[in-house]
Write a new protein. Structure first.
Length: 498
């Protein structure tokens, strides 16, 4: 055991970390990222070490300023010693070796993640193992239940609590706010918790943040839902299935989204939010996360199976995902699409898909059909409901969204004439992210042409928006260096000469 003096420092939020002088670390036989037990009085915590030769002097330990809540003062004596390795490391190795994990092993693993006993590197190894080796049905079910257990749960005094989720992968596919507005206007209760972007230029929470606040406590969410029938909030602020948010952080660097983890991630949060009926949107096609119909059907089957094990009624919609939906990609641009559709305008593909998904939710709960969903939208009742939700979440539905777009803009034009045969989801997402989305809300891509349309040489295919000049330059370089639109020759209208 080594006794060191406390020295408060600024750390980025995340897993527990302490800083040691390299000489003190050597004294204990420790290396960077090793675990240590940190004791002050009766308080004992496990943390990971970072070593330095200059930032912390020998005999001192760098601590987060938040340590003061445990009564730690500057210069207080802190005792540290090497900590034992968590059992989860052996469990991760077992998964890497393609062995099925037992129920108790999965619960141990989820508990260790919840209590911050694994480093980012170790979490990355776990995500990679799930991505490469896959999860069995038993592993997926046990992971989902364990994630629900290690988090808060919201309960409702109503039976018909509905929810909707898309597995993502398609740029501009911002149906959720429109669907929620339609369904809530009918009178159903839909407390929608959404994620931020993992691999895309915007998640639902990123787009809704353009209109209003998205971070609320469970108590505040209940107040919003009781007032409006719905909410559109960020799930990461609720401590609902918090293990999922830590796994998402590990998935981000390599844009990994393992199937078993996707199912556990989605359904653990739906269960924790109190949902009884859940609709899953599975976009399918070239460039989507699911490229083939057989894989889409298999994923839908697994969602429904795990849903039954959690006493939820889950239905799945396999939708077109071989190109962008809507015209805007990026938080503000997607917000513009949403408002235009609610106002009776906007991109036809996004409008029709939203109506069809809303109709499925009404049918699965016995509250209507497509005609009713369309009537809610066309009558303006969905717009009214959306505005109510925005106001309840401390927002302003009347804001001028165009003024929020990035000040720097460039257009990409067609270099040939013909019919648009394909638009690359991957390329569009990459350009929008390099332009700054979703962090820069006004950054992104606006599309002028969709698949199947004819374009003439020199016409604008899309605009790139950025809030910073250097990001626009980088996005232009990406756009000019990859194939975004695949344009075939002009169609010959003469089919056959006799």
């Amino acid at each position: 055991m080594l006794k060191l003096k406390a020295y408060f420092m600024d750390f980025e939020p995340g897993i527990p970390v302490v800083k040691l002088n390299a000489d003190d670390a050597t004294e204990l036989g420790l290396r960077p990222h090793d675990r240590v037990e940190v004791r002050y009085g009766k308080t004992l915590k496990t943390a990971y070490i970072e070593t330095t030769c200059t930032m912390v002097k020998p005999g001192y330990i760098g601590l987060r300023k938040e340590s003061r809540k445990y009564g730690v003062t500057q210069g207080a004596i802190i005792c540290i010693r090497p900590a034992p390795r968590p059992d989860s490391l052996g469990i991760i190795k077992k998964k890497l070796d393609d062995m099925e994990l037992k129920k108790e092993e999965i619960y141990t693993l989820i508990k260790d993640i919840d209590q911050n006993r694994l480093t980012d590197i170790e979490l990355g190894a776990l995500v990679a193992a799930i991505y490469v080796q896959g999860f069995s049905e038993r592993e997926t079910i046990n992971t989902t239940k364990a994630m629900v257990k290690h988090g808060k749960q919201i309960t409702w005094n109503k039976e018909c609590i509905v929810d909707k989720h898309s597995i993502g992968g398609v740029p501009g596919n911002r149906t959720t706010p429109i669907v929620i507005a339609i369904v809530a206007a009918v009178g159903l209760t839909i407390p929608k918790t959404s994620s931020r972007a993992i691999t895309s230029p915007a998640g639902t929470a990123d787009t809704m943040e353009v209109f209003c606040d998205v971070s609320f406590t469970p108590k505040q969410i209940k107040h919003i839902v009781n007032k409006t029938n719905a909410c559109l909030v960020w799930g990461g602020s609720l401590d609902i299935a918090p293990v999922d948010d830590k796994l998402i952080r590990a998935e981000y660097p390599l844009s990994l989204d393992p199937e078993g983890q996707v199912i556990a991630s989605v359904l653990s949060k739906k269960k924790s939010a109190g949902s009884k009926y859940v609709l899953i949107d599975i976009p399918m096609g070239d460039g989507a996360k699911v490229s083939r119909i057989d894989k889409a059907r298999n994923l839908a089957k697994k969602f429904k199976l795990v849903g039954r094990k959690l006493d939820m009624h889950v239905e799945c919609a396999i939708t077109k995902g071989d190109g962008p939906i809507g015209r805007g990609i990026g938080p503000v641009l997607e917000a513009i699409d949403i408002m235009e559709i609610l106002e009776g305008k906007g991109p036809k593909d996004l409008r029709e898909k939203s109506i069809e998904l809303a109709a499925l939710m009404l049918r699965m709960t016995g509250h209507g059909d497509e005609e009713k969903a369309r009537r809610m939208l066309d009558s303006g009742l969905a717009l009214k409901k959306f505005n109510e939700i925005v106001v309840a979440q401390n927002g302003n539905p009347k804001m001028d969204l165009l003024k929020m777009l990035g000040r720097y803009k460039e257009s990409i034009c067609a270099d040939t004439s013909g019919t648009i045969e394909q638009i690359s989801n991957t390329a569009i997402c990459g350009i929008a992210r390099i332009a700054g989305a979703p962090k820069d809300k006004g950054a992104g891509v606006y599309l002028y042409f969709k698949k199947g349309q004819k374009v003439n040489k020199g016409e604008k295919l899309f605009d790139i928006y950025a809030e910073k000049k250097h990001k626009l330059k980088n996005a232009l370089n990406r756009a000019n260096g990859c194939r975004v639109y695949h344009i075939g020759p002009k169609e010959n209208m003469l089919i056959e000469e006799i």
